[in-house]
Design a binder for this molecule. Structure first.
Ligand code: PLP
Length: 403
């Protein structure tokens, strides 16, 4: 196995931006800091987040209601400040992007517009291992349309094959951009094109993709997408999420669930009974945004803007490549091809919960598990180090007995 000195040398030659983040202390092992490899679950807190949240608390304390219009970051147009950096992150036009709500809520709001079952074309195609929240969401959408979820939702192990066989009956395809268990990066442009050729609308859950892999949602022609901000976007537990609607749908008059934030901001305070939605993704907003929760997203997006997704992706591939080299290949279930993986390296082990616990309390390595047999290790290029990867591989080898 490559040694600790080699890891330290790599960190000197290829440093990330760990100094921008709070790294929790280790709960076991020989090193003071945790080897934090759980940024795919909850990203670490940027050191600048606290000041940015406090600034909004101060604005509230000192300005009261005037904070909506005055101050450095007035609250009324606050979400507009997040639009462009979020659009850059997912490869979208600013008009196609909105930061709002949480992920599953956004999927629902988007499916209200994009899942329109008609005639024989009523089925929803999802992947076999779809994240449970998304599965509950699509099933409840089917019920909402008076359909039987068991007859409507197709859980497919081979999406391309299912599209070829049943494409003419599929109204909506909803998939995860990066598989939350294996860390596999899906062929988002390829599957989007296939689904659309079959006549379906194609949407993506980008929870594990946003801030992890470069995305080109506009160019790929994705119909709609949503993502969360608490994983790779480091915006805190339950952070405000994002949504994308392709430009070609913006002026199409799609049905929507609306509230006062769906309407044109220049006429919002006329208090008219009928909304006048702008031809932008903002039209999918419903309520006024939670500013104290939006501030960490603004902080985080500014870090992505400074560092750049391409640089992060390059370092991510170097870190995961190094980690995979150190791990017993028999345990790794994540695809090895760079184009088919993001930050996350998943292991299949007999006792995932037991191993995760041992890594944390015995070695100070923070990973997480997905029942029954997956342990996930995610070196995040913003703050993880080669030394973190080396510690994780040493700890896995010691615990699984594959040294
Ligand atoms: C792939 C995926 N989809 C959906 C969700 C649910 O997100 P939320 O609770 O923010 O709606 C998660 C949460 O971890 C997730 O990993």
């Amino acid at each position: 196995m490559r040694g600790q000195e080699d890891a330290r040398r790599r960190d000197r030659e290829d440093p990330g931006h760990r100094d921008l983040f709070h790294v929790p202390p280790a709960e076991g092992g020989r090193y003071p800091e945790a080897a934090y490899l759980a940024g795919n679950s909850l990203g670490l807190q940027p050191k600048s987040t606290r000041a940015d949240v406090l600034a909004e608390l101060d604005a509230w304390a000192t300005r009261g209601v005037a904070g909506h219009l005055d101050g450095e970051h007035p609250w009324l147009p606050y979400h507009e400040e997040l639009r462009e950096p979020a659009a850059r992150l997912v490869g979208a036009l600013p008009t196609e992007t909105v930061v709002m709500n949480s992920l599953t809520v956004n999927l629902h709001l988007l499916m209200v517009s994009f899942y329109r079952p008609r005639g024989d074309r009523i089925r929803i195609l999802v992947e076999e291992g779809l994240f449970p929240s998304d599965s509950y969401a699509v099933r409840s959408q089917a019920s909402f349309h008076g359909l039987d979820p068991d007859e409507t939702v197709i859980r497919s192990v081979d999406v391309r094959e299912t599209l070829a066989a049943y494409g003419d009956r599929i109204a909506l395809v909803l998939l995860g951009g990066v598989d939350y268990r294996t860390g596999e990066l899906r062929d988002i442009p390829g599957i989007t094109a296939l689904g659309q050729e079959a006549g379906a609308v194609v949407g993506w859950d980008l929870a594990h993709a946003a801030g992890n892999v470069p995305l080109r949602l506009h160019d790929w022609g994705v119909d709609f997408a949503a993502w969360c901000s608490y994983k790779y976007l480091n915006s805190g537990p339950g952070a405000v999420a994002g949504a994308f609607v392709h430009e070609r749908h913006l002026a199409a008059g799609l049905p929507r669930f609306e509230g006062w934030w769906s309407t044109d901001p220049t006429t919002r305070f006329r208090m008219e009974p009928v909304a006048r939605p702008p031809a932008t993704a903002d039209a999918w907003q419903v309520s006024n945004p939670p500013i104290l929760a939006m501030a960490p997203v603004r902080t985080s997006l500014s870090i992505f803007d400074k560092v750049g997704m391409d640089a992060l992706r390059a370092r991510s591939l170097r870190l995961t490549g190094y980690l995979m080299e150190l791990l017993d290949p028999r345990l790794v279930v994540t695809p090895r091809e760079p184009g088919r993986r993001g930050c996350q390296v998943s292991l299949r082990v007999p006792d995932a919960a037991g191993l995760t616990k041992a890594l944390r309390y015995g070695h100070g390595v923070v990973a997480d598990e997905r029942e029954p047999d997956i342990v996930r290790l995610a070196p995040v290029p913003l703050y993880s180090t080669y030394h973190d990867c080396w510690r994780a591989a040493e700890a896995v080898a010691a615990e699984v007995g594959t040294r």
